[in-house]
Design a protein around this ligand. Structure first.
Ligand code: PMP
Length: 355
């Protein structure tokens, strides 16, 4: 019955999310979730939402959350947009800010949702190759005229960080293009571009609660930028759903920002495990890209990545392998808790010593 589909849907290859296995007991290192639970304050706040509150629509402006975010990130509430996960915030950015006559630019190796959104919303795009070190070289984005630029920082799935000074240089060179910096993983050691939003009205920074705040299950994302950029996002949002966040998500999000100590402690533990895991993988003959995220991207000198992913899977550990010619020698491995990291290293030791 696909003759009923619109032409774009007929030719669309949808984004394939990482597997969410139904089997219990697997070590799940494939979708960059946080290995630690959210702060106990979050669970308490979600439990405290009453039945009577659930009867009523939520605040269409998410005002309390915007106040909390504004205070923490030192911006104004009218410089903030909140949404149902950063995937939704990104979709609204594609629709409201990135569709122009000139093509949109993004890296050839990047978050695989970008090309899907571009095609879905009929946006021409050019994929700009990463350099030989698998880095985003912002100079490559300064040369061409474009209708917008988007990339994650650190990039996904490489984990490699672009320096803030390079992003600022790009904002200066491309004053007429909106530059969207997707900071899904920035809390694991990168320097945020949020302070630049006052200086550059063409900068939109997108964030999520799914990674460093361990709330992938609640679906909370936000963007920060000049009030005119936020207004464009709001126009699109209000044309779809004027209630961007449900009451449970709002309660959890506000509570998460109330427990800074827990946030710092769990992030520090993840960064620590990342450094240990990198060293252990290097000892096994992997080369590991320098990661500023809660995952690492690694390739082995003599074992094929697809084969290693299957071997891990057979031993109840799931990691991510991409069937893209430039990166099909790599495994993307999320940082688990110390026991999960140890199991991964033990299993890879076994798999890389077999003949
Ligand atoms: N941006 C990047 C770079 C990501 O890797 C992800 C997670 N898959 C997201 C955005 C979306 O995160 P969420 O919708 O859970 O906020």
């Amino acid at each position: 019955m696909s003759q009923f589909w619109s032409p774009i849907v007929q030719t669309l290859t949808p984004y394939v999310p990482g597997e969410q296995p139904k089997l219990p007991g697997l070590i799940k290192l494939n979708t960059n979730e946080n290995p630690y639970p959210p702060s106990p304050a979050v669970t308490a706040a979600v439990h405290a939402v009453t039945a009577d509150a659930l009867r009523l629509y939520p605040d269409p402006d998410s005002s309390e959350l915007k106040q909390v975010l504004a205070r923490y990130h030192e911006v104004q509430p009218n410089e903030i947009f909140v949404g149902n996960g950063s995937d939704e915030v990104l979709a609204f950015a594609f629709m409201s800010l990135l569709k122009h006559a000139a093509p949109l630019l993004f890296p050839d190796i990047t978050y695989s949702f970008y090309p899907v959104y571009a095609r879905l919303f009929g946006i021409d795009y050019v994929e700009v190759p990463l350099n030989a070190a698998m880095e985003i070289d912002t100079a490559d984005y300064e040369k061409q005229s474009c209708g917008g630029i988007i990339f994650p920082n650190p990039n996904a799935p490489t984990g490699v960080l672009a320096p803030l000074a390079a992003i600022e240089a790009l904002l200066i060179k491309q004053p007429n293009a909106v530059v969207v910096v997707d900071e899904a993983y920035i809390d694991f050691g990168g320097e945020t571009a949020i302070p630049l939003i006052r200086k550059y009205p063409n900068l939109l920074v997108v964030r999520t609660f799914s990674k460093s705040r361990s709330l992938a299950g609640l679906r909370i994302g936000f963007a920060m930028g000049h009030p005119k950029l936020i207004e464009a996002l709001d126009r699109v949002k209000n044309s779809f759903n004027s209630y961007p966040m449900d009451r449970l998500a709002l309660a959890g999000a506000v509570a998460s920002y109330g427990d800074e100590e827990y946030f710092r402690k769990t992030n520090a533990a993840i960064v620590d495990s990342r450094e240990q895991m990198t060293a252990a993988l290097e000892k096994l003959g992997f080369s590991v890209l320098p990661s500023h995220a809660n995952f690492i991207f690694a390739r082995h000198a003599s074992y094929a990545a697809a084969q290693l992913a299957t071997g891990l899977r057979e031993r109840a550990i799931i990691v991510r392998h991409f069937n893209h010619p430039r990166i099909n020698q790599y495994l993307r491995i999320s940082i688990g808790n110390p026991d999960e990291c140890n199991m991964l290293i033990q299993t890879l030791t076994l798999l890389t010593s077999a003949h």
